[in-house]
Design a protein around this ligand. Structure first.
Ligand code: KG4
Ligand code: ZN
Length: 344
């Protein structure tokens, strides 16, 4: 239960114990998407607006933080208006305003956070700050009846974790990457073989028409539930160099890399499932959109597990997952003075 006392001394209860329907408006601006959404009771998306900056950063081959922050500033008021318009709701109908607090790019986070705090103060509603990683997990509550406990594989541009979700709020990280995150490895390997930004989805497309057995790439041996992907990236670099300027079999390299990453992830995920005895498993984060990671995780259904994965549009950064997290997760930052943070 989340009880919020406002400046006006009104008290508002948010979450599964609330007597009323909750409509949470959330903003997400941690990286290169400016997003605003309104979600009813943590599961039903009433409005979902995402302004992507891919076109801007494409020419630089990656996200330039200063430019990203300025684009967030240009977009934020427009997308808030659009979300109200799409939903047919007014600020009075909103139960609480929410935003991502971190981890992410500090200048970018400040834009969404200050917009949400301002809306909360002006309209005398609670403010709920959300951790971006928790939000990615909560994308799995959208349009489903998923309830903890479950095992989660979180794979994004900045993080790779296996998380034991015992309850809506009790989560334990069982293992994580000791160097590159999965999305980071995808983006670096994509650049290495000459694919433009954003590399991950492009590499995925080519992998689907390549031979995953063409090259045997090393699966790092790391203790417990931890991962390492920097050695794999170096192995791809060595492979590319071995062609010595001759035409690269790009599709086969992509497919072999994708096979190695997805097999490594699912092997450890399965080990965690067996150890904990859970029957439900979810994937989350930008790389949950990856075709082969999705396929291998969904194959666990053949072994009796119930598998959840967000719809593609809720895998990569969006605000609906932030609103869902503000509703379900009590590990939130409810103090209006909360500051942004860059790393988890
Ligand atoms: O979750 P996200 O949108 O941002 C972070 O919180 O990091 O994830 C972005 C990452 C990028 O590294 C991008 O390359 C990767 O997700 N990604 C993919 C695919 N779609 C997005 N990687 C592989 N295959 C995809 N289909
Ligand atoms: Zn993200």
């Amino acid at each position: 239960m989340q009880k919020h006392t406002l400046f006006s001394e009104k008290t508002v209860t948010i979450g599964t114990d609330s007597d009323n329907d909750n409509y949470i408006m959330a903003l997400e601006s941690s990286c290169d998407e400016t997003a605003c959404a309104i979600v009813k009771n943590g599961r039903q998306v009433i409005a979902n607006i995402v302004a992507s900056q891919i076109k801007t950063h494409e020419k630089y081959g990656g996200v330039i933080p200063e430019i990203a922050a300025r684009e967030h500033l240009d977009a934020v008021n427009i997308i808030i208006d659009e979300a109200f318009e799409q939903s047919g709701l007014t600020p009075d109908d909103i139960t609480a305003f929410s935003a991502t607090v971190g981890p992410g790019l500090v200048g970018c986070l400040l834009v969404g956070l200050n917009a949400a705090k301002t809306l909360a103060l002006v309209h005398d509603k609670p403010f709920i700050g959300v951790n971006h990683l928790n939000a990615h997990l909560c994308a799995n509550y959208i349009d489903t009846d998923l309830k903890p406990p479950f095992m989660a594989l979180l794979v994004s541009g900045g993080h790779t974790q296996i998380i034991d979700v015992e309850s809506y709020s009790k989560q334990t990280i069982l293992g994580e990457t000791i160097d590159d995150a999965v999305g980071e490895a995808y983006d670096k390997v994509a650049r290495l073989i000459g694919l433009p930004y954003p590399g991950g989805p492009r590499l995925d497309k080519l992998a689907q028409i390549g031979n995953p057995k063409a090259f045997e790439l090393p699966q790092a041996k790391v203790d417990g539930y931890n991962f390492s992907f920097s050695g794999l990236k170096t192995a791809v670099l060595r492979l590319v160099k071995s062609f010595d300027g001759k035409e690269l079999p790009v599709n086969d390299i992509c497919a072999s890399f994708q096979e190695c990453v997805s097999a490594t992830l699912v092997k450890k995920l399965k080990k965690a499932l067996v150890e904990k005895g859970y029957k439900q498993v979810v994937i989350a984060g930008g790389d949950a959109a990856n075709s082969e990671i999705r396929r291998k995780v969904f194959d666990l259904e053949n072994e009796g597990y119930k598998v959840f994965a967000p719809a593609m549009k809720y895998c990569t950064d969006n605000a609906a997952m932030v609103a869902s997290c503000a509703y379900f997760n009590t590990n939130t930052y409810d103090d209006i003075d909360v500051e942004v943070f860059s790393r988890a």
